[in-house]
Design a protein. Structure first.
Length: 452
């Protein structure tokens, strides 16, 4: 993309309404625009990151054996009457009537709808285990929408639902989700810690929230500092293996890590004092096992292998896709702007031309652009007739992890400059070597051919 032809409405001023750094930076970098409280338009740069996050979520869901589909945003109130949540959900649910006077709502979640679908088609245990998911907009009329996309009213969620014959099988689905979520967040450059949580209006005995530690987080958390040393890394996990998923689960959940809702001071005090931590965190996902409650209410039963009619064991699992943009920025920024992890960056590499209009510099930038594109990378070429300082400031603000700077002086010596946004370190290299280096860095972040 050439910046002169892009739509990147960056702001020089810090918007007064934004209280936390991620919200400020998303507005300043021209990523989002508020349409009304807690509802945002995704401008091109923000949309690109949103799509990258969504792609990683899809890839990791499919890797875990879960099946993508799409349910509507608008639902009929009827199913919610059956589950009993039409009343209990309260004013957070946006309700309205269609022209025939029927109760409609903008879905805050999809347990009822998916259970109804499965109840309609699945009749035998042979169709199990089954996990279906979608990535779809939700609406919750939050009392205090704030912090930009972090607590929106309209927000994008990945929500998945598992259907199993027994509690044991459903707990494997729970563990499998826990492992696949760890991998999902790590690919986005995030450490999200699974913490014992409170099940709230979704219900159920088993639930973990995934929290990214950040001062601006809305949740208070308590944990054993050892948990922050754990990573999944490149471990090759067989998601069908009950033992392997259980082992990872045990490794990550056996240490104390809880939100304030489940915090237990006596338990916490058993950890050596130097390892006790209290902090704040951003909840980027939550998993639940809730048994047969929805299946019984909505009629999701199957014939077991002994011929009995049994209700399905279910769980639901959510990732805050749009919230993740805010969480990533909270975890990765500096005074100058955003620092995107390679896995989600909107463009792979910036190209800054220090002397636009200089025939040699222009040609070198064009050829870098082609060479990077030839490697399947997407560069953002700042081809505007602007001062170098302004170009650097824009690149720093929008946070591309790598920048190649091209100027007549360097070109005389056959070199360009490759700069890391994270460390600020620069290296002079031939244009070919700079391209090869950038391509090598991104080789570890190639999309998985997952069939989404
Ligand atoms: C699990 C999937 C559920 O709704 N039903 C389907 C279950 N869980 S949840 O914890 O309530 O939401 C899942 C994740 O969605 C994000 N989230 C939000 N993001 C932005 N703005 C909001 N107002 C908002 N509410 C929830 C969180 O990341 C949460 O973990």
């Amino acid at each position: 993309m050439r910046l002169s032809r892009y739509f990147l409405p960056v702001l020089k001023e810090t918007p007064a309404e934004a209280q936390i750094v991620s919200h400020r930076l998303m507005l300043r970098a021209g990523m989002i625009r508020q349409a009304s409280a807690g509802i945002y338009s995704w401008l091109p740069l923000g949309y690109k990151v949103l799509r990258n996050i969504e792609r990683i979520v899809h890839e990791e869901q499919i890797r875990a054996g879960h099946i993508p589909m799409l349910m509507p945003t608008v639902q009929s109130g009827e199913l919610w009457q059956k589950s009993g949540r039409h009343n209990s959900y309260g004013p957070e649910m946006l309700r309205f009537h269609d022209r025939h006077g029927r109760e409609m709502l903008y879905g805050p979640t999809n347990e009822e709808m998916i259970t109804d679908i499965v109840a309609s088609y699945v009749t035998s245990y042979k169709a199990l285990p089954l996990t279906l998911y979608h990535i779809q907009w939700k609406f919750r009329d939050e009392v205090r929408p704030r912090f930009g996309v972090m607590r929106g009213r309209e927000f994008l969620m990945k929500d998945g639902y598992n259907f199993d014959l027994s509690k044991e099988a459903a707990l494997h689905a729970y563990n499998r989700h826990l492992v696949s979520y760890l991998r999902t967040y790590e690919r986005m450059g995030l450490q999200a810690i699974p913490m014992r949580a409170d099940s709230g209006p979704i219900g159920g005995d088993y639930t973990h929230e995934f929290l990214v530690l950040a001062e601006t987080g809305e949740s208070e958390v308590f944990y054993d500092s050892e948990i922050t040393d754990l990573t999944l890394g490149n471990r090759d996990i067989d998601y069908d293996s009950v033992d392997q998923c259980q082992a990872v689960m045990d490794e990550f959940t056996s240490r104390y890590a809880r939100t304030d809702e489940t915090h237990d001071t006596a338990e916490f005090d058993k950890i050596p004092a130097e390892r006790q931590r209290s902090a704040r965190g951003i909840e980027v996902g939550q998993i639940f096992y809730f048994g047969t409650e929805y299946s019984e209410k909505l009629g999701a039963y199957v014939q077991s292998d002994s011929g009995e009619r049994v209700p399905l064991h279910m769980g639901s699992h959510g990732i805050g896709v749009s919230r993740l943009l805010g969480a990533i920025i909270e975890a990765s920024h500096d005074d100058k702007g955003i620092i995107w992890p390679e896995g989600v960056t909107p463009f792979h590499c910036g190209i800054v031309n220090l002397k636009q209009g200089d025939a040699e510099a222009d040609a070198a930038c064009e050829s870098l652009y082609d060479a990077l594109s030839g490697h399947g990378l997407e560069p953002l070429y700042d081809d505007r007739d602007e001062r170098a300082g302004g170009k650097f400031a824009t690149m720093d603000l929008i946070g591309l992890p790598w920048r190649i700077t091209v100027g007549p002086r360097g070109l005389k010596n056959g070199v360009v400059e490759l700069t890391s946004r994270r460390t600020g370190e620069s290296e002079e290299l031939s244009p070919e070597a700079a391209v090869a280096r950038v391509a090598e860095i991104y080789a570890a972040h190639k999309p998985v051919n997952s069939g989404v």
